[in-house]
Design a protein around this ligand. Structure first.
Ligand code: HEC
Length: 136
């Protein structure tokens, strides 16, 4: 019982954050829930600190591996170019397969519908104008 209470307490900030905003459709809400798997390592809002992974503010509009002050792996830096929906999809499906040598220790999301929901949530949450933006 006590362990359950501790586990719930640890999850609480994530759950509170996961509450949907009224403008979100069901798929974006699902993406927000899926992001609970990412938030231990990534922040979303402008100006938030990097964690194990880089802050993702504006990620879909910026070059790969370009968040100031984050030490990317040589592998991701070499991948180069800009993030596109296709490249994000490939990276989230299998980070180590898409970018061998990446330091993102995440197994990947096997289901295309999960990746699509997460990408849509990210597109909203990491842009100032997006209705799904998480306030800082
Ligand atoms: C265990 C920590 C960890 C988890 C969990 C994790 N990431 Fe990452 N992520 C990283 C690290 C570290 C990097 C930098 C990788 C590199 O330099 O090779 C990264 C890089 C990224 C990038 C590239 C950012 C850029 O600036 O180019 C994206 C996009 C990303 N992660 C999205 C996600 C998403 C979405 C999830 C959840 C499905 C997730 N990550 C889960 C640690 C993590």
């Amino acid at each position: 019982m006590r362990r359950l209470a501790i586990a719930l307490a640890a999850l609480w900030p994530g759950l509170a954050h996961a509450q949907a905003m009224p403008e979100e459709d069901a798929e974006v809400r699902r993406g927000r829930l899926l992001f609970l798997q990412c938030r231990a390592c990534h922040t979303l809002a402008a100006g938030e600190a990097h964690r194990v992974g880089p802050n993702l503010w504006g990620v879909l509009d910026r070059p790969v591996g370009s968040a100031a002050g984050f030490a990317y792996s040589p592998a991701l830096s070499r991948w180069g170019g800009r993030w596109t929906p296709e490249r994000l999809d490939a990276f989230l499906a299998d980070p180590a397969g898409a970018v061998p040598g990446t330091t993102m220790a995440f197994g990947g999301l096997a289901r295309p519908e999960d990746r699509r929901a997460l990408a849509r949530f990210l597109a909203q949450a990491t842009r100032a104008a997006g209705p799904g933006r998480i306030p800082p």
